[in-house]
Design a protein around this ligand. Structure first.
Ligand code: PLP
Length: 265
């Protein structure tokens, strides 16, 4: 069998929910990937009715339809990396672990929307820890999600270390205590921990903006694009942080909607 024609982009698959406001979820993933030189395929797990002010309704796609989408993509396309966003149920978490757990896998354990809406309950958090994190290449929870996954409120560096004990690399992003953990005022600190390793701070500038909805999705999809291009995890993580910072800067003066506007993409 011959390889792909030169210039053919790597394929990355998102398994995630939609956001009717076009900020988060599948919209963020596919637009990020069109910037970063990979072809994006998408398996939709849930349809959300939301705008910049909040989530009004969530419709879970039936499990057999999620499974059929996974099958259609993997039967035909050579998937180089997978990114998961909102999975929404224990069954979908298990399906992803079983069908896609052998591929390079970036798990963004989406549990709470930027607006505070719950997109995955305690049972989903437990399923992530038990079934998906052990198979992931890297998990990218924000601080609130990391607390939900660990069940304790400890510093983000410690959350990263605890979650890395499940067997995957972990980046805990953002969080209210970043200054307390030694950042200078102009920096935000994410904590990266490799399995069995020591947490390392990944610093990047803070961008003051209300246009940040979808920034977590954008970050994790940028990490997946880096892995699909064959970069090391450390490089993919550093590049993704720089990419999100640039996108936040680009949209910082925008005024889309009445609430948390979309991160530019
Ligand atoms: N995926 C979906 C479908 C969502 O609705 C949300 C938040 O509203 C997210 C992911 C996470 O969004 P963010 O990147 O802002 O954390």
């Amino acid at each position: 069998m011959t390889g792909p024609t030169p210039g053919t982009p790597p394929v990355v698959l998102t398994v995630a929910g939609t956001d009717s406001g076009g900020a988060a979820g599948v919209a963020a993933d596919l637009t990020t990937w069109s910037h970063l030189g990979v072809h994006g395929a998408c398996v939709v797990t849930a349809v959300t009715a939301q705008d910049t002010t909040g989530v009004r309704a969530v419709h879970a796609v039936p499990l057999p339809v999620v499974a059929a989408q996974v099958e259609a993509v993997t039967d035909d396309l050579a998937v180089a990396a997978v990114k998961t966003g909102m999975l929404g149920s224990v069954d979908v978490v298990r399906l992803v672990a079983e069908r896609l757990g052998h591929l390079p896998l970036v798990v963004d354990p989406v549990l709470v929307a930027t607006s505070g809406a719950v997109l995955g309950g305690a049972d989903v958090a437990r399923a992530y820890a038990a079934h998906l994190l052990p198979r992931a290449t890297v998990a990218t929870p924000n601080r609130d999600e990391a607390v939900a996954l660990c069940g304790v409120e400890v510093p983000s560096s410690e959350l990263a270390e605890r979650l890395a004990d499940t067997g995957c690399a972990v980046v805990v992003t953002g969080g209210p205590e970043w200054r307390a953990e030694g950042a200078v005022a102009a920096d935000c600190v994410d904590w990266l921990c490799l399995p069995g390793g020591v947490p390392q701070a990944v610093r990047h500038p803070v961008v003051a903006t209300t246009h940040d909805h979808g920034s977590g999705c954008t970050y994790s999809s940028a990490v997946a694009a880096g892995l699909a291009h064959g970069r090391t995890l450390e490089t993919a993580v550093a590049d993704a942080a720089a990419y999100v910072t640039g996108q936040l800067r680009q949209g910082s003066g925008w005024s889309l909607g009445r609430g948390r506007g979309p991160v530019s993409h």
